[in-house]
Design a protein around this ligand. Structure first.
Ligand SMILES: Cc1cc2nc3c(=O)[nH]c(=O)nc-3n(C[C@H](O)[C@H](O)[C@H](O)COP(=O)(O)O)c2cc1C
Length: 314
């Protein structure tokens, strides 16, 4: 079930979604230590920000000595800026590949004709992909949705196929749909037949059983929210044992927050992961309340571990 993306041999078929403010260096390193992830995608990073050497952008490109290949996700409307950014990633960072964001629904990104706005303009998709492809030899993947307000995924897939990308991820929703509508995997089989490089499906995978079922149709699955709710999901999909304990994982998460961020951000970072990590736990409300109202990181850390073990006994 291994994948080949460009010149990279990907050991596991489940990959980590790019998620702004969540798949930062801390969370990617945590999952890398746990294991079982085919590759991981960073938070989306602005090509223009790279060009300007924006300090926050540079921080988001920090890397570590990883086991699972790390892809950096770029976004932007401009082929030239995207090409410059791709060269920078190849020459100045240790990322293994580049993913282009053509699915972000956020208004501030769409207003700049980037992210999912590109789905309305297949000609611009071709220009961006060609510019990036011609300026890097790194494996190149693209992440799209089914369309902007209406489905035009087949047309977009044909453009991406002819531009020779190394793998394609599809989040099976329109830009216009929030998370209220279930992801529509009904398109997967037809696209799989149409597209020659690996096809990675994305949307609403929250368990190993769901991932394994989808892997009958697509070459890889991308997991987003499910990977924060359960940091062990990749481990479970890969069938690795023994499974590490959740308390150890949360302790390690806290250590990594402290290692990578200045003290003023520790609590903020913990709060960002908390919303998802506790989502499906029986005492989610209690944990959230304690963490969101905490004013001190070590208090929050202790509450978290204590409430987690209370939960573990349920
Ligand atoms: C908080 C959050 C941030 C996200 N940021 C990005 C992003 O930076 N780039 C991107 O392509 N998708 C982003 N997404 C979309 C996810 O990668 C994924 O496509 C979506 O959540 C569906 O997958 P899931 O059902 O497994 O979560 C984000 C999603 C969430 C919940």
């Amino acid at each position: 079930m291994a994948l080949k993306i460009g010149n990279l041999d990907i050991k596991y078929p489940a990959v980590l979604s790019p998620m702004a403010a969540l798949t930062d260096i801390v969370y990617r390193r945590l999952l890398d230590e746990i294991g079982g992830v085919g590759f991981m995608v960073s938070e989306m990073i602005s090509a223009e920000g790279i060009r300007r050497g924006n300090r926050k952008t540079v921080e988001m490109m920090r890397s570590f000595d990883f086991k699972s290949p790390q892809f950096l996700q770029l976004f932007g409307p401009e082929p030239d800026a995207m090409a410059d950014a791709a060269r920078f990633v190849e020459n100045e960072t240790s990322f293994s590949g580049i993913d282009i964001n053509m699915g972000c629904p956020a208004t501030k990104v769409v207003k700049r004709d980037a992210g999912s706005a590109l789905l309305k303009n297949p000609g611009q998709i071709a220009r961006i992909v060609r510019a990036v492809r011609n300026n890097t030899s790194l494996p190149l993947t693209v992440k799209i949705r089914l369309g902007f307000t209406k489905v035009n995924v087949l047309e977009v897939v044909d453009v991406l196929e002819s531009e020779g990308i190394d793998a394609l991820t599809i989040h099976f929703r329109l830009r216009a749909e929030r998370y209220d509508v279930p992801a529509n995997w009904g398109y997967a089989a037809e696209i799989k037949n149409r597209f020659s490089s690996p096809l990675i499906g994305n949307g609403d995978i929250f368990s190993a059983a769901q991932a394994l079922e989808k892997l009958d149709v697509v070459d890889g699955v991308m997991v987003g929210r499910g990977a924060i709710e359960d940091p062990l999901i990749f481990h479970k999909i890969a069938g690795i044992s023994p499974v590490p304990g959740m308390t150890e994982i949360i302790k390690r998460l806290m250590e990594l927050i402290v290692e990578y961020y200045p003290e003023k951000f520790w609590l903020l970072r913990l709060k960002a992961y908390t919303r998802f990590i506790v989502a499906k736990r029986p005492n989610a409300k209690k944990i959230r309340q304690k963490i969101y109202t905490a004013t001190d990181f070590s208090d929050a850390r202790n509450y978290f571990l204590q409430l987690l073990s209370e939960n573990e006994h349920c």
